[in-house]
Design a protein around this ligand. Sequence first.
Ligand SMILES: [Zn+2]
Length: 419
Amino acid sequence: MNIQFLGGAREVGRSAILVNDSLLLDYGMLTGNPPQYPVGDVDPDAVVVTHGHLDHVGLLPSLLSRDDWPPIHWTPPTYELTRLLARDTLKLHGGSYDCPFTGAEIKRLTQVSEPHGYREPFEAAGHEITFFNAGHIPGSAHVLVDDGETRLLYTGDFHTGDQRLLSGTTARPDADIVLCESTYSDVDRGDRAATERQFAESVETTVWEGGTVVVPAFAIGRTQEMLMVCEAHDIDCYVDGMGTQVTRMLRQQSEFVRDPDALQRAVSNARFVTGKNGQRKRIARKNTVIVTTSGMLTGGPAMTYIPEIRANPVNKIAMTGYQVEGTPGRDLLEHGRGEIDGRVMPVSAQVESYDFSAHADRDGLLSFLDSYRDAAVLVNHGDRCDAFAEELGADGYDADAPELGSRYEIAGDGATTRV
Ligand SMILES: [Zn+2]
């Protein structure tokens, strides 16, 4: 087997791995200004996709601009999320470098789509492929690739811990080589239940004091998780932004969530915002909780809510995930001011941050990899891939951190050579 790293190597974003020059695993973009795309020109026979986040699926429609369209294999939620994200990219950036595909190519996704469930082996470009639940977002999968000689396990993004929306990954299929994400390889996260309690108490306090709480949340996974947290703690809330569409979609894909009844209760507990007729400004004046995109305050209905609530120190902004450097969310946390909708605004409202991450932390990564002490390990998708690979090496693993564009030859027993 040979593997080439076209993206996501020693970086987060634009994941793309080519196996045996024929099978493409993920095809994402690195969002930013300007966005970055995987390196090289790729013309795969088939594509297999781990999960519906932009950094893994953002560029898929661009593979459908030629005459021969490769089939795309994924779980049903990943298909739905990819279409949703592609339509959003087209709406925001259509006709510019930031959107290297058109509406016609988005429509073709449906024609090439090959949906599969977990643990149902299928064939793609001459390889046997099996998906296993990765516990990251609904539909997320570890991908096992068997070319008849070598078994490669590509973890994709995964979580070993339980969330309300999803159970953590328990699948540890046999493999000769593991390509493992390492996003939070230096983070030791506290107890999830304690984080949830602190969040709930803080939000309730603000509501009792007569304030408004804005909860910025990523559309996929996090919005639904926060609705479930609110319901579990008897907190009434509104929900707004792209997360409302994802929530509706997930109700049709109930076998991909941990507890469909709990999700249904959370949906019933939340009031869905349409945004018509100044509804958002009216809600922002209410003594309530608003779960809304975007998670890092880079856009979405949060751009309406934050200016409305920012001046009153009784109000609160409760972040629910990691804030990338340079985003308004990060600036608000660190400096109490941030650029909201093109205007730098000071914020008197309280700003707090809670770690509801959907990725394994250091302990989670190590416990996962403990099942693969006899396999070769290649580390990708992280800011410190090389450091983590070195730490694994010191712990007895055969580990390496591929560089962008690099190519590896893997023997049947997992022996790995960079070529
Ligand atoms: Zn992800």
